[in-house]
Ligand binder design. Sequence first.
Ligand code: UD1
Ligand code: CA
Length: 456
Amino acid sequence: MASNVVIMAAGKGTRMKSALPKVLHKLAGRSLLQHVLNTVEALGSQQRTVVITGHGAEAVEAAVAAPGLQFVRQQPQLGTGHAIQQVSPVLDTALDTTLILNGDVPLIRAETACALVEACGGQRLALLTIELDDPTGYGRIVREGEQVRAIVEHKDASAAQREIREVYTGMMAAPTKLLQRWVSQLSNDNAQGEYYLTDIVAMAVAEGVPVVAAQAGGETEVLGVNSPLQLADLERRFQRQQAESLMEAGVRLADPARFDLRGRLTCGQDVEIDIGCVFEGDVVLGEGVRVGPHCVIRNARIGAGVQVAAFTHIDGAQVGSQAQIGPFARLRPGAQLAEEVHIGNFVEVKNSTLARGAKANHLAYLGDATVGERVNYGAGSISANYDGVNKHRTVIGDDVLIGSNCVLVAPVEIGAGATIGGGSTISKNAPAGQLTVARARQVSLPGWQRPVKKPK
Ligand code: UD1
Ligand code: CA
């Protein structure tokens, strides 16, 4: 299916009351406009896609720029018809259909867009419509019998026309050359003094060009965003859809209303996700993974059988099967944990590799470290990886026991099987198999007495 695709995104979005252009506000972690562009991508590669920008044009263009994507600026914004007038010269007339979408209607489905293009077929004017309980503010579809005769904007509609509940969603597909001619003939003689794209419907009717109305699949895909309230409402609808498709695939969500996916989540069988979790970027959860409440997991691969306990934050990490993470753990980019690793509360791991069975259970930091199998890394211990200029590595062999409250000053190596006494500051390599202690010796002073207050 090849057609021109025009995405209107010049409007100001006054009701957002924001410095950010409306179409750059985010829904599930992606801008409204990016949602539409991704849907257009799904239509196939033969589209010629043009985005009409105006308010915040530079920011909008910079945010969504991609090879083959064209921008046309509309300055000032004199209405939807005026917007299409600006884009008219760059439409590819070899593509006989032009699909018009809105940058602030993010959830339009590819199937629906495709159906519109097919309904047009380069010959008919195809409008996407929907019946609403409250059609206030929308353009009404005026019919004579079954035949669509015109779209009348709410502000121009008579009392009788305002009773009509079938409305124009703002999306249509039109024969390219006819669209170019029609928009050149628009006037702004109406209640808002704007050039209405919707006036082309009456022109088509007058010329005997068939006008067809395709009904949208549901309300969610045609809802636009005009205010923070509408944005939040659409966000919840979208999250509900995502939650439902995960649950249909067998994922057990404690509460689909308290689940947020801003990206892609791939789950094995028998995954359980407790309330209040946020998934971002690309996350893979293996079979049987259990995620406790209020975890944030972003760009991560979590192996089979892993338990992630409450309030854990994972970003850019890989976790081997049967590991136990949290509660209150933080895995930062480059954390690579093998099978059966345990990371407990208030432990931070960054750019470090932990081999099978290694444990850091309490209040610790591992940065730029290589940790061997079965290492036990004591409470409060720290790899001091930064000398103020450069980062250095700490290498800990298999079966090492690091006592509590140690500072390992990198670069440093602890040989396999070594034990480091609690409270040590280790700045030289420690040999394998031995106890190394680096702290002031304990002394006791016999006969020492505390000072006493003199009586007055
Ligand atoms: C438009 C339709 C109305 C329909 C409604 C659906 C017209 C005249 N009316 O109404 O029938 O029911 O959408 O939401 O088309 N835009 C520009 N340049 C402009 C004006 C608007 O790019 O000069 C863009 C906006 O950014 C937005 C879209 O066009 O993405 C629709 O504009 P908006 O003002 O929201 O449409 P309405 O006038 O409310
Ligand atoms: Ca308007």
